[in-house]
Ligand binder design. Structure first.
Ligand code: ATP
Length: 208
């Protein structure tokens, strides 16, 4: 089974590209969905987070107050690292569980949509790697429009991540999403052809 890695920066267009893969019948494992599941009340991840951050980060119904936790970790890099460290093992095993389900169904190609593919060192699991890139100005504008946030807030969330220019150097394929949605679709079609192309024996041998 081929596991294609899909990544990019906040607001660069990963979800939009992920939907294009799905509309072409290619299943996508979404790390954000897994990350939400591992924080659900009563799970192992939830217990670790409550133990580390205290019951103040809980809502009255016992679920984690995600916006509050987000504000805490975005303003403090050490706390952000702590949260990443606590949840990383649950997220990787959750992703592997989803991959296994698709493998058992006989899927030949799947996409792993992981915003922190490089940071979490999951790039080793995937080949090829597709990075959705956008220029910094457009990224900022789209993020502000989508989330209704201020320029400062959007910029600090972008700056908290590995730069998109660095990510693009680690990609096998770069999708430039600076243009319109129609242009994105054109870029996507080219990459789709490449990632679904059968590997030759030589490429297979050299890909690991
Ligand atoms: P996140 O990591 O924050 O989940 P993302 O990388 O998944 O972000 P998207 O949600 O796909 O990014 O895109 C960010 C915003 O930009 C969305 O509102 C989306 O509709 C819009 N968008 C994406 N691509 C384009 C485009 N080519 N033209 C105009 N708007 C776009």
């Amino acid at each position: 089974m081929r596991m294609v890695g899909l990544t990019g920066g906040i607001g660069s267009g990963k979800s939009t590209v992920s939907n294009l893969f799905k509309s072409h019948g290619i299943p996508v494992v979404d790390a954000d969905v897994v990350a939400r599941d591992v924080l659900k009340k009563g799970t192992g991840g939830w217990k670790k987070v409550v133990a580390a951050f205290g019951p103040d980060i809980l809502l009255p119904d016992g679920e984690v107050d995600r916006p509050k936790l987000g504000r805490i970790v975005f303003s403090d890099p050490e706390k952000r690292q702590l949260l990443n460290r606590l949840l990383a093992p649950y997220i990787s095993s959750g992703i592997l569980k989803e991959v296994l389900k698709l493998w058992l169904k006989g899927c030949k190609i799947i996409v792993l949509d992981v915003p922190l593919l490089f940071e979490a060192k999951m790039d080793k699991w995937t080949k090829p790697i597709v990075v959705v890139w956008v220029d910094p100005e457009t990224q900022l504008k789209r993020l502000m429009a989508r989330d209704g946030t201020t320029e400062d807030d959007a910029a600090s969330r972008i700056n908290a991540q590995m730069s998109l220019d660095l990510k693009r150097t680690k990609a096998d394929f770069v999708i430039d999403n600076t243009g319109s949605l129609a242009e994105l679709n054109e870029e996507f079609q080219k990459v789709l052809l490449q990632v679904t192309k059968p590997l030759t024996w030589t490429e297979f041998a050299l890909s690991r």
